[in-house]
Design a protein around this ligand. Sequence first.
Ligand code: HH2
Length: 293
Amino acid sequence: GRAHALTFGFPVPGGERAADGWRVTWRGCAVMGVLNVTPDSFSDGGRYASLEAAVTRARAMRDAGARVIDVGGESTRPGAEPVPAEQELDRVRPVLRALAGEGALLSVDTMKPEVAREALAAGAHLVNDVTGLRDPGMVEVCAGAGAPACVMHMRGEPRTMQRSPQYRDVVAEVHAFLRERAAAVLAAGVPSVLLDPGLGFGKTAAHNLALLRALPELTCGPHPVLVGASRKKMIDLLAGVPNAADRDPGSLALHLHAARQGAAMVRVHAAGVHVQALRVQAALEDPTFTPGR
Ligand SMILES: Nc1nc2ncc(COP(=O)(O)OP(=O)(O)O)nc2c(=O)[nH]1
């Protein structure tokens, strides 16, 4: 698989010293494990609300092969009400502190600069901002800390984003947004970025499909691409799976496609399932791969 890299302004687990910081490199598609420490996340809300349950879940995903654990304290599902910064921080900070010394790369899934700043101080290594660092304060926090950012496209905000989203050309508009934000964020001193088309964030299933089919236009660029389709509504629309917790097979199908199109990382709930399937797919596609016997 293709080589990918993220550069950090500080030492990180698995990072090598480089001229411009500490670089984490990998080949093929890596797994980012979702750790929602919220009471209301759409597919697993409330399951990891206790610190012990959250840490146990994170360790299980890391041991299953997840390269990053994405810790989120505020649901971004359609219709979600915003959570006050202090409350969001109270959810994520203890988990980040507990996981800081455990050797996994940690990202904090937040839209708020003040949460990102405290999360980085508590042990997070990168920031996953579903607004694409819309708030200039977030750019300052990431640049100041030397933390990479995931720049994701969202049209509007979680509370209202699914009210009849429309685009002239969803692929052109989303890709232009990501390229523009990446350039701006890097110019402001953020050490590196991941780009994410933001499946389901102000998009219909048709928009999501168009973006998934156009992934090569994004993955051919200089920045690693993250794709998050895990357990999302589009899987119900494609395969008739009304219960989000039952959608891991469909999630895997979408993520294997994304990996074949050059995605550098997929954001998933079922980490072990994805690690195994991605390893098999990578071996299948690697003509130089020789099985053990
Ligand atoms: N970069 C990125 N971040 C994301 N954060 C949350 C969700 C929504 O999924 P989940 O966290 O499982 O649900 P909730 O937002 O309800 O906690 N999807 C993405 C995504 O696709 N890409």
